[in-house]
Each structure stands twice: as structure tokens, then as C-alpha cells.
Design a protein around this ligand. Structure first.
Ligand SMILES: Cc1ncc(COP(=O)(O)O)c(C=O)c1O
Length: 418
């Protein structure tokens, strides 16, 4: 039950802040060598300092009023969008807007596709979107909110969306297909070329969710890694979501929805002009939001530059490779699919992998879990690079103990968010 209590008197600043520090420290920290959980991402102490300092400079600016009051803030926003468009091979026609996070970018993509379809290619019934098995639930949430039907596929091929299944799911009412670059559960990029071709042939909106991969895949490719095509260079891709507050290392509250053709923004923007206070017009779903995230995104992008991101990505990918090689050398364990970025799912045909994870938790390792198929779900950021060898040692030992019939408890709940 919630304790209903409003502070009757004010308290000194020091005491208020000390209480807050105590509260914060009662929770686990958000990053560290033994945490493989994502959610917040550590790019190094220097990067964190730049992000936090920049964020503080704009913390109290309301991004909602940027176009009306803060032209310099608008130019920061445009800089960020422009940089993302270069990263994703945006054509001259391309455009985009910042949003508060990946979920907002997905919601907006679906809403924009809905209104585009209503204008350009109306369907006979309730419009549908076709969503591969591993795509983020934000698409289902969007369909729920926008009065659409999400046709969620139940299987993948090698943990990638199967274009044949997608094609079979497309019907008269389909307006949109979705691909992930990469997906959250398996860290594997969908065959965007095939999915975009299907979209082009059937005149569908094709959204690529690069919320996780956006600030990893382009740099990985520059480093000589084989990365499947996933961006605007692929004919038929209509929009891309990218979270700068994930592996872009900006503070929370900044993602982008990029459009292959900026003119499509007219289906995204909501305007209402019959109000005593005048015109209300926004391209996003949220109203007021701090410009702190925007400032941190701009600052980190300028602090690291392409070369800096490349170095960070190189470090994380080399840690990931060591992790994957180590897992594959433990009898009975294997990695699901071929991860393209920094997400790795570990499964087993021989031992109860979640029981293995229980032992890992007992030793202070925190990862996530998948329920279909059962797997340990690991996110890597820069803080994990130093702990791969120790993790692998404990993993091998935990697998042996489970094979020998030992069990640790209690079992963690398989929850993505609650
Ligand atoms: C692939 C993918 N897309 C979108 C999102 C939503 O991002 P956010 O949590 O910033 O709303 C997530 C979150 O993990 C994700 O994994």
C-alpha cells in the first residue's frame, strides 16, 4: 500500500540530497563488470562525464518549445539528425525527428505508416502490421494504441525473421512490415533486403528498428566486419528508429525516427489550431521534455566522432567474440544464431540453462533470461570487456554443476519489463 504523505515542511538541501543518495545506493548500480543487462550503457568514464555535463547545460530547457524559443537548440537537433542520416546512408530527400526513446520512435513509425496508408493506399478493413517473432513489443503496443492489428509471427529462421513467413502473413489489410537491426532477444539482424523488397513489391511501409544496432553496425562495418545491409541504402526501407541513448551513449531521453522522405513527416505531425492559445503542432508523441538528452547526444557525438565510436565498438566486439568463442567451447552450451552487435543469448540442449544462470546469479553475475527458447541473455557494454574471462570460468563451472545435478535458487523471473 502507498503511504499517502506530502512533506509538511521543507528540509535543507544537503539532507534532501543525502536521502536521495541513500535511496539510490539501496538499489543495485546501473553498470559494472558483472552486469550484462543493458537498459543503461556505459561508454567509459570520460564519455559519461561529457554526457552528464552537456545534459546539465540543457536540463531545464523544454524541447517542446525548441522551434518557438530556442533556435540554437533546433540546430543541435538538426545536427544530430543529419549525423544519423549520414550514418544510415540517407538520401538527399531524407529527414527525421528526435523522440524521447525507442518506444516513442516505434509508436510514431506505426502511427505515421497508418496515416500514410489511409492517405495513399487505404485498406478494406482494420489495417495490419506484420511483426517478426523477435521484434520489440513496442510494435504491438503501437498497434494497440493506434487501433491496428499486429500480426506477430511465431517463428524465426536461425533467429532471423523469415521473409517467406512474412510474405505469407501479408494480406489485403497489411500496411507495414518490420525488421530489426538487430533484435533484442537474439541480437541478430533480420534480412532487411528481402523484407524491404517485399514492402516495395506490395507497396507497404517498411520500418527498420535499429534502436540497438544504429550506433554499432555502421562502425562494425567500417571495422571490416560483415554486417547485413539494413539502412536507407536498401531500396524499400521507409523509416529507421535509432536510440542514441543506447550505444550512442547519450543520457536517457533521446532517440530518432528517420524518414526516407522528409515529406512523409506530414503524416507524422499533429497540428491543432482551434485553441485560445493558438497553434499546437508536434512531430512527436510527447509534450514537454527536457532537452538534456539532446544536448548529451550532440556532445557525445562530437566528443567521440566516428573514430571514437569505432574504437568503442572495436573493444566491445572483440569482447563479444571472446565471449562467443568461450561459450561455444563449453560442452553442451551454444549461442543462438550469429549475433551482429553486442547481444548474445546462450542456450543448451543438454543442461537446464536457466539453472546454470541461477548459479551465475549466486556468484554475482547479472544477465537477463529468454523464455522462448530458454536462454541466458547477455548485453555487453564497455564495462564488461574486462570480465569476459572470469564470466566464462564461472559459466563452465556452473554448467558442470547443473550437469552433476546441483541446483541453486531461487529462480529469477523471466520478465523484460514490469
Ligand atoms: C529492439 C528494440 N527496439 C526498441 C526498444 C525500445 O526502446 P526504449 O526502451 O528506449 O523505449 C528496445 C528496448 O530495449 C529494443 O530492444
Amino acid at each position: 500500500m502507498i503511504n499517502k504523505r506530502f512533506p509538511a515542511e521543507g528540509s535543507p538541501r544537503e539532507s534532501v540530497l543525502a536521502q536521495l543518495v541513500n535511496q539510490r545506493d539501496a538499489d543495485p548500480t546501473w553498470y559494472g563488470p558483472r552486469l550484462f543487462i543493458g537498459g543503461s550503457y556505459y561508454g567509459g568514464d570520460d564519455v559519461l562525464r561529457v554526457a552528464n555535463d552537456a545534459s546539465r547545460l540543457y536540463q531545464n530547457h523544454n524541447a517542446l518549445y525548441a522551434a518557438k524559443r530556442f533556435p540554437a537548440l533546433v540546430s543541435l537537433e538538426k545536427n544530430i539528425i543529419g549525423a544519423c542520416l549520414e550514418l544510415f546512408n540517407g538520401p538527399d530527400s531524407a529527414g527525421g525527428n528526435l523522440t524521447s526513446g525507442g518506444t516513442e520512435s516505434l509508436l510514431l513509425a506505426v502511427m505515421t505508416a497508418r496515416d500514410w496508408a489511409a492517405d495513399q493506399r487505404p485498406v478494406p478493413g482494420i489495417p495490419e502490421i506484420v511483426v517478426p517473432e523477435a521484434a520489440h513489443p513496442g510494435f504491438d503496443k503501437a498497434a494497440h494504441l493506434m487501433g491496428l492489428k499486429a500480426h506477430r509471427l511465431q517463428q524465426s529462421t536461425d533467429y532471423r525473421a523469415d521473409p517467406a513467413q512474412l510474405a505469407a502473413a501479408v494480406g489485403d489489410n497489411t500496411i507495414m512490415v518490420v525488421a530489426s537491426a538487430p533484435s533484442y532477444p537474439f541480437g541478430v539482424t533480420d534480412p532487411v533486403k528481402d523484407i524491404a523488397r517485399l514492402a516495395r513489391d506490395r507497396k507497404l511501409w517498411c520500418h527498420v528498428d535499429a534502436c540497438h544496432g544504429g550506433f554499432v553496425l555502421p562502425f562494425a562495418r567500417q571495422l571490416g566486419r560483415t554486417i547485413p545491409d539494413f539502412d536507407f541504402a536498401v531500396d524499400g526501407v521507409t523509416s529507421i528508429s535509432v536510440d542514441i541513448h543506447k550505444l550512442g551513449y547519450a543520457n536517457k531521453g533521446v532517440s530518432a525516427l528517420l524518414l526516407q522522405d522528409a515529406a512523409l513527416e506530414r503524416h507524422q505531425r499533429y497540428s491543432f489550431d482551434d485553441w485560445p492559445a493558438g497553434l499546437y503542432s508536434t512531430a512527436g508523441l510527447s509534450g514537454s521534455r527536457s532537452a538534456g538528452g539532446t544536448a548529451s547526444a550532440w556532445a557525445v557525438m562530437h566528443y567521440l566522432g566516428v573514430t571514437g565510436y569505432r574504437e568503442v565498438v572495436a573493444e566491445i566486439l572483440s569482447a563479444r567474440d571472446r565471449l562467443i568463442d568461450g561459450i561455444e567451447s563449453i560442452a553442451g552450451l551454444h549461442v543462438l544464431g550469429e549475433p551482429d552487435a553486442y547481444l548474445v543469448a546462450v542456450a543448451s540442449d543438454q543442461v537446464d540453462i536457466l539453472a546454470v544462470d541461477d548459479f551465475m546469479a549466486e556468484r554475482g553475475w547479472t544477465g537477463g533470461q529468454l523464455k522462448r527458447p530458454p536462454a541466458i541473455h547477455l548485453f555487453l557494454d564497455r564495462s564488461n570487456a574486462i570480465s569476459i574471462d572470469a564470466y566464462l570460468r564461472d559459466l563452465a563451472d556452473a554448467a558442470n554443476r547443473v550437469r552433476a545435478g546441483d541446483r541453486a535458487g531461487p529462480r529469477a523471473a523471466q520478465v523484460y519489463t514490469r
